[in-house]
Design a protein around this ligand. Structure first.
Ligand code: SER
Length: 655
């Protein structure tokens, strides 16, 4: 299995050389770990991510025209790696204008690079583009449409722009689409703008494209290879007096940036694949030597059967991503980036079992470093550390993996009787099984005793068509964290915990009073977060001492300073309203019916107390709380940080 088409290194060099010839400075890839001031994501997920400050006008040492190939990690799809296209590690090549050239040059150069004889030499007839058709108060990108028409007409191609909802046929080559397809933004707020995406026809032999554009994208005949974003706006959350309804509290506006920027992204792996007529990113020079190494150590062949193929792909992608992550200074752990790294390595180890061999990861890492060392010399320099860190993690997990898997299987058959794997079941059986859940206690035991990341437990469960009770798992996890926390602090929020029992545990009455205030503040915070950030916010943990409250909640990015301010304002507004805090006892079902916030369902008894703070918050809780918000003082968030993957942590005080 030897690769003899255009290699990834050739493509990288061509791309960078081309833009160098257009006056761009070539810069190295930034770290996978975002810099201090830009910690809204765990890892660099797109080429633009490290460059955001320059869209706002910060001076780049390289000047106003930059080109690079940026390493990226996307973790949302880890469990999909194994199919034809998902990867966790990939490279994004890009050319950048910080307030310099704009649409005309960007589009013309894209076309020149793709079709130029000495560059990629693509047949222009295989190129289709989408543009922004206007939406959300932002106008249709007529300028980009005109430029594209000219570009094609210069080489004698008379092409047409699709009308609204018009299907593809004959000479239609420019397809205007809406905000969801052709307006690019990295998160909910930030620099953004309309884009034009360039697609490549991978199967021209199937004849003229006639039908819905989106169908050709879905069946992979048209593959997006390059995105040109015209960053000229900033999407901002408007500061206004927060109202109670989410829709009212959240309002966005688009503000023109002081300068017009260009951000382009061309996926290296995908482009290498299509240039070589391959259906999958795995059949390229970026993977084949890694597969050879895996083959050498396990004696199996990549193409032997689908199961083995999947294992090869997972091991190659995950170990590659792990090597790059370690190279940028992250070590396996149970939180944040370290946890993602741990998941990647452990998932690779689990799949190495499919190959019936304890894999020698050193040979595999060597193969990876060999592919990348020219572009990323740091990988080579740090290879001893990388190998050591991966080996340690592999050894650690190998010690418990076998027993853990046995335990998992034993549990499944003990609890559900039937351990038929998913493939052997029909749809009806599957639907029925999906209602069956592996209890959170069992999942926690696998996590705690055998080191199985929760995502791996879910993946294993899915293979049997089962689900995992994650809510209960989180309760167990939280309980465990409580126990291991130093000092016996009093935990608030559990049902049935009365002031009396608190008093016996905490000598100092004043301390109880302080904690009470912070406990009521926790309820206000919970509700305020759901109003400002949306109802996907859910409590994951809470801890109060006499100084501060700590609140963990589900949310997938850093809060913006505006959002933090909005939350504080909203809470202080409630405090100033001198709201009464009351509770009512009722059946748990009724509490839920009344819309009281309730978590950790299993933990509650039949009858519960529902605490309400005015009409603002309603939550199932054991108390204690203040009687009126006038007792509380001013609420202030001191810190907002990541707690673990998808979970944020706020520390706040009353002053
Ligand atoms: N920001 C755009 C993307 O990531 C273009 O680089 O797709």
């Amino acid at each position: 299995m030897r690769f003899n088409g255009m290699t990834s290194q050739e493509l990288r060099i061509k791309f960078l050389k081309f833009f160098e010839s257009k006056g761009h400075t070539i810069i190295p890839s930034a770290s996978l770990v975002p810099r201090e001031e830009n910690q809204s994501v765990l890892f660099t997920t797109a080429g633009m991510h490290p460059l955001v400050p320059y869209f706002f006008g910060k001076n780049h040492l390289g000047g106003k025209r930059i080109a690079n190939s940026q390493k990226c990690i996307r973790t949302a799809d880890i469990d999909d790696v194994g199919d034809n296209r998902h990867l966790t590690f990939f490279e994004m090549m890009g050319n950048w204008s910080f307030g310099d050239y704009f649409k005309k040059e960007a589009i013309e150069w894209s076309f020149e690079f793709l079709t130029g004889k000495e560059w990629l030499n693509m047949d222009p007839k295989r190129i289709y583009v989408t543009v922004f058709r206007g939406e959300d108060g932002i106008p249709c990108d007529d300028e980009a449409i005109e430029i594209w028409k000219n570009v094609f007409s210069k080489i004698g191609m008379n092409i047409r722009v699709a009308g609204k909802d018009e299907i593809m046929k004959n000479d239609i080559r420019i397809i205007p689409l809406g905000v969801d397809d052709n307006f690019w933004i990295a998160g909910e707020t930030g620099p953004c703008g309309p884009d034009t995406e360039i697609f490549y026809d991978t199967r021209p032999e199937e004849g003229i494209l006639e039908g819905n554009f989106s169908d050709f994208v879905k069946n992979f005949r048209l593959i997006e290879i390059w995105n040109n974003v015209f960053m000229e706006y900033e999407k901002k959350l408007k500061i206004k007096n927060a109202k109670l309804k989410i829709e009212e509290a959240k309002e966005y506006e688009y503000i023109k940036l002081k300068q017009r920027n260009v951000d382009t992204g061309m996926g290296l792996e995908r482009t290498v694949a299509v240039l070589n007529g391959k259906e999958t990113v795995f059949e390229t020079d970026i993977f084949e030597p890694i597969f050879d190494a895996i083959s050498k150590v396990c004696g199996k062949k990549y193409n032997e059967n689908p199961e083995i193929k999947k294992a090869f792909r997972i091991i190659a992608d995950h170990i590659k991503a792990s090597a790059f992550i370690i190279c940028d200074g992250v070590m396996p752990s149970n939180i944040g980036r370290g946890y993602v790294l741990r998941r990647l390595i452990r998932r690779a180890v689990r799949y190495s079992r499919t190959l019936e061999l304890e894999l020698n990861f050193k040979l595999i890492i060597d193969a990876i470093i060999d592919i990348y060392k020219v572009q990323y010399p740091e990988l080579d320099l740090k290879s001893p550390e990388i190998i050591k860190a991966i080996r340690q993690e592999v050894d650690k997990f190998n010690k418990t993996l076998e027993r853990g898997l046995k335990e998992f299987e034993r549990t499944v058959s003990a609890v559900f009787g039937d351990t038929t794997m998913r493939e052997e079941k029909d749809a009806r059986e599957m639907a029925y099984d999906a209602l069956k859940k592996i209890s959170g206690k069992i999942a926690f035991d696998l996590y705690q005793t055998y080191g199985f990341p929760i995502e791996m437990i879910k993946e294993l469960a899915r293979e049997y068509g089962l689900a995992v009770d994650e809510i209960e798992f989180n309760i167990e996890l939280e309980k465990h964290q409580e126990v291991s926390r130093k000092g016996a602090e009093v935990k608030f929020g559990g049902h049935g915990m009365e002031v009396e029992s608190l008093k016996s545990k905490v000598e100092n009455f004043e301390e109880i009073e302080k904690k009470k205030k912070l406990h009521t503040a926790t309820h206000l915070l919970h509700q305020a977060l759901r109003i400002i950030l949306g109802v996907t916010v859910g409590q994951m943990g809470s801890d109060i001492n006499s100084e501060r409250l700590r609140f963990d909640f589900t949310f997938d990015r850093k809060m913006t300073p505006e959002e933090i301010k909005l939350v504080e304002e909203l809470i202080n507004e409630q405090i100033r309203k001198n709201l009464n805090v009351k509770y009512e006892e009722m059946l748990f079902e009724k509490a839920v019916h009344l819309g009281a916030l309730a978590f950790f369902k299993e933990k509650y008894p039949d009858r519960v107390k529902v605490y309400s703070v005015g009409g603002f918050s309603k939550e199932v809780c054991g108390g204690p709380h203040v009687e009126n918000t006038s007792e509380m003082g001013e609420f202030k968030i001191q810190k907002e940080e990541s707690s673990s993957a998808g979970v944020r942590r706020i520390k706040a005080i009353l002053r």
